[in-house]
Design a protein around this ligand. Structure first.
Ligand SMILES: [Fe+2]
Length: 248
């Protein structure tokens, strides 16, 4: 878990941000080693019209609005380009009137509470864009030492509590950083920058009280498709390369 202290003086448009990313596509493989991206992402946060522009444009043609967004109702896909995407996540306060409905729409991994934590099977940057920010307890664990069996004991190391307030940025590293999320006091929106790489590991949910695995989830339908393709059509070499990619 890294708290990122990148700042920028000037805001950037979504188009300019995308142009910057697309000029360096190879660096999407390791965003934890790309400080220029962190500063540019902060500059995107400084663009206070980003979401308003996004909704205004989307409402011009609702037949296309959020077409291809496979996430829960909590997430809006701001942009999806080859190699990466940007999401806006909406975090309602617990006292929100539509709470019961909103909770049903949450992915099981994204429930609020003090007991269940999750990791992610992808690296991403997140920044508080609007509102007071959700409160999150941060942990790390060693993915290689965990098989992922339900009930398995896990050594979760506490990294303290953080509020994702406006302009504060965190880098979540895949299969390492774990967190519990608490509802914000008021409606909060965070922005995520996510390299679009095929996840090869399972996502894991933990019980932080008992320090045990609660459940795991298969990475994605794309991973399932890859498994089938490699199995049916792969040569010996394909299978060997693929085994190395997914083994860790
Ligand atoms: Fe998360």
């Amino acid at each position: 878990m890294s708290k990122i202290n990148a700042v920028a003086k000037q805001s950037v448009s979504l188009a300019d941000f995308c142009e910057f990313v697309e000029a360096n596509p190879e660096r999407l493989q390791a965003i934890s080693e790309w400080p220029e991206l962190w500063a540019k992402f902060y500059a995107l946060y400084l663009n206070r019209n980003l979401l308003t522009d996004f909704f205004n444009e989307g409402l011009l043609d609702t037949s296309k609005f959020q077409f291809g967004n496979n996430y829960s109702g909590q997430s809006f896909l701001i942009v999806k380009k080859p190699g990466y995407y940007i999401r806006a996540n909406v975090w309602p306060p617990a006292v929100y009137r539509g709470e019961a409905v909103a909770e049903e729409q949450f992915n099981r991994f994204y429930v609020y509470g003090d007991r269940y934590a999750h990791d992610h099977n992808f690296d991403f940057l997140t920044i508080g864009y609007y509102g007071p920010g959700y409160v999150t307890d941060l942990y790390t664990y060693d993915h290689r030492s965990v098989r992922g069996d339900v009930g398995e004991a896990v050594d979760l190391l506490s990294e303290g509590r953080h509020v994702l307030s406006e302009g504060s940025m965190l880098l979540f590293e895949k299969s390492k950083d774990v967190h519990v999320q608490f509802p914000p006091d008021q409606l909060t929106i965070s922005l995520n920058f996510i390299p679009d790489l095929i996840p090869t590991r399972r996502q894991v949910m933990f019980d932080v009280e008992k320090k045990r695995v609660v459940k795991t989830e298969f990475p994605s339908s794309r991973r399932v498709h890859m498994d089938v393709l490699v199995d049916l059509l792969g040569s010996k070499e394909t299978k060997s390369v693929y085994k190395n990619i997914v083994a860790d």
